[in-house]
Every structure is written in structure tokens, then in C-alpha cells.
Design a protein around this ligand. Structure first.
Ligand code: HPA
Ligand code: ZN
Length: 322
């Protein structure tokens, strides 16, 4: 683990299933009697050479086969939260993918109660966290609506909903109903947009879904008017630099548009997305961009402050973290 040189921060773009490290995959496979299609950790790691978002998602969903019980989800969340806390994260707003587990025959109650216990254990390690249920944009919109009602029936401790998975070909417009229902329920709303999709996806997420934060959003830069709107409306962008490199959104970190985004004055935050797959947790991402772009301590502190401002924390907790 790198020596901590980054300020305490908040993580806003983190898929809990993307924290499934190869060692944990192998351990859970053994515990649950799941046969893996590779010999071990090394052979698994060799598959982490992604060409685009879909090539990652295929492995990400396959590897979830080892997550079966509430105890598995507790262990997953607790392991992430301890690692994040060690890297200076004080609060995390955590995505999970209910449909990815339901389609494998894992009951939603197992997922939700397991994660909730993991979050509670995180507090013992000095990190608070909340849950955001993400809907898979490559699955039917009606299913998203049904799953949201199941979460409500379970009284799942979620603070919001999000939208993830395959972006191209699955525009925000497809999910107007589930986002409208979430608004009715008083839930926060966020959406992945502008990762592989163009600026029009970002605009749709704002206009049609009422997204309060845009996850990724880097391609909004292609449309100066949209970028000006994001800045004027203080819409946070949860940027994930190492993810963008590993999924070939940019060739190298030096090619990442982070400096251009910062120049616009946008409310940019730095996050890890799927740290087990993309080579780094929140502190690793912050250190990598600090190194590559020569960011000052002052700029790093601004990024950390942006994340507090962009969070869904109550005002008293924000003040304590600022
Ligand atoms: N993009 C879209 N969907 C995802 C991602 C991502 O980076 N990670 C997990 N699901
Ligand atoms: Zn993501």
C-alpha cells in the first residue's frame, strides 16, 4: 500500500462488486464450492487486460459467481471499507448491482442484509458509508422498476439509485420511469454517463433522469455548452482516472482530460470505480494524478473538498469533514 500523502477524502464512485480482489475470489470459491474457470490467482490476473468497458463487464459479472450468501457480501464490504479507511477515505457512497445477483438466483435480502452488516463493521474501522442501488442499463427498464419496488419492500437502507453497465445503445431515456419513482420515494439519483457514451448521454441524464451527479462524465468536455452548464449548475463529476486508462478511454494517464476538466472549474472528484480490476483504490488514484499532472497539495485538498460538497451527507457531517 502506498504511503499516504493524500488528504482525507470521500469516495463517491465505487462499485462494491468491483472490489472483489482475486485472492478473495479464490477464497470465496473454495468456501462456497464454486468451480472457477481458471487455475488460480495468477491466471485470473492475466485476464485483467481489458480492451473496453464491455470486456471488463464480462469478467466482472462472471466473477460475481463466488458471491452467494449474506456473509460473503459482509466480508466483501468490510474488506473494502478497511482498505479505503487505511487510504484516508472517511466516507464512501457505495454502488451495488442488485440485478447482477438476482439473475444468478441470489436473493436480494441476502445481498442487502450482508452489505448492511459490512457497512456497520466499516464504522468500527473509522469509515462511514451508504448504499446506492445501480440498475443495469443493458437489462429491461421494467425489471429496474420491479427491483426498486423489491428494495422498498425490504426496507433496504439505500440513499439513492444509479445507472451503470453497458452505456452505448442504452441511453438514459430508457430509464425515465424508475428515476421518476425514485424521486417520488425521496431517493437521490445519479447516473453513469459520458464514460463511453457522448455528451448527449450526460445531457439526457440531467434532463430526463434528474441526475444529481454524473458518474465519469469525462466526455462532456466534447461539448463546451454542456460543460458550461455542468459548471454553472455545480453538477459533480465522479471521475475515475485509473479506470479510464484500463478501459482504454484514454491511452495513458498523461492523456487523461483531468487538467482540462479542472480548468473549466467543474466540481470534479477523484474515485476508484472498480479498484480490484483497475489497479488502485481512492488514494492510488489521487496519488497517480498528483504525480502525473504535478498537482499541488492545495489542488489535492480542493479535490478532497469537492468530494465532501458532492456527497449526500447531511450538513453537520459535511462541516465536520471540510
Ligand atoms: N462503468 C459502467 N458500469 C460499471 C462500471 C463502469 O465503470 N463498473 C461497474 N459497472
Ligand atoms: Zn462506475
Amino acid at each position: 500500500m502506498p504511503v499516504l500523502e493524500t488528504p482525507p477524502t470521500v469516495e463517491l464512485h465505487l462499485h462494491i462488486e468491483g472490489t472483489l480482489e482475486p485472492e478473495l475470489i479464490v477464497a470465496l470459491a473454495e468456501r462456497n464450492g464454486v468451480t472457477l474457470p481458471y487455475a488460480g490467482v495468477e491466471e485470473l490476473r492475466a485476464r485483467y487486460d481489458f480492451t473496453d468497458l464491455q470486456s471488463f463487464l464480462d469478467l466482472y459479472y462472471d466473477n460475481m459467481a463466488v458471491l452467494r450468501t449474506a456473509a460473503d457480501f459482509t466480508l466483501l464490504a468490510e474488506t473494502y471499507l478497511r482498505r479505503a479507511a487505511a487510504g484516508g477515505v472517511r466516507h464512501a457512497e457505495i454502488f451495488f448491482d442488485p440485478q447482477a445477483h438476482l439473475v444468478r438466483g441470489v436473493a436480494l435480502a441476502e445481498v442487502v442484509t450482508g452489505l448492511a452488516e459490512g457497512l456497520r463493521r466499516g464504522e468500527d474501522a473509522g469509515i462511514t458509508s451508504t448504499l446506492i442501488a445501480c440498475f443495469l442499463r443493458d437489462r429491461p427498464a421494467e425489471e429496474a422498476c420491479e427491483v426498486l419496488e423489491q428494495l422498498v419492500a425490504l426496507d433496504a437502507p439505500i440513499v439513492g439509485i444509479g445507472l451503470d453497465s453497458t452505456e452505448v445503445g442504452n441511453p438514459p431515456a430508457k430509464f425515465v420511469d424508475v428515476f421518476a419513482r425514485a424521486k417520488e420515494l425521496g431517493l437521490h439519483r445519479v447516473a453513469h454517463a459520458g464514460e463511453e457514451g457522448g455528451p448527449e448521454c450526460v445531457a439526457e441524464a440531467l434532463d430526463l433522469l434528474g441526475a444529481e451527479r454524473i458518474d465519469h462524465g469525462v466526455r462532456a468536455l466534447q461539448d463546451p455548452a454542456l460543460m458550461a452548464r455542468l459548471v454553472a449548475e455545480r453538477v459533480p463529476l465522479t471521475v475515475c482516472p485509473l479506470s479510464n486508462v484500463r478501459l482504454k478511454g484514454v491511452e495513458t494517464l498523461a492523456d487523461h482530460p483531468l487538467p482540462a476538466l479542472l480548468d473549466t472549474g467543474a466540481l470534479v472528484t477523484i474515485n476508484s470505480d472498480d479498484p480490484a480490476y483497475f489497479g488502485g483504490y481512492a488514494d492510488d488514484n489521487l496519488l497517480a494524478v498528483a504525480d502525473t499532472f504535478g498537482l499541488s497539495d492545495h489542488q489535492l485538498a480542493d479535490l478532497a473538498r469537492n468530494a465532501v460538497v458532492a456527497s449526500f451527507l447531511p450538513a453537520d457531517r459535511r462541516r465536520a469533514l471540510l
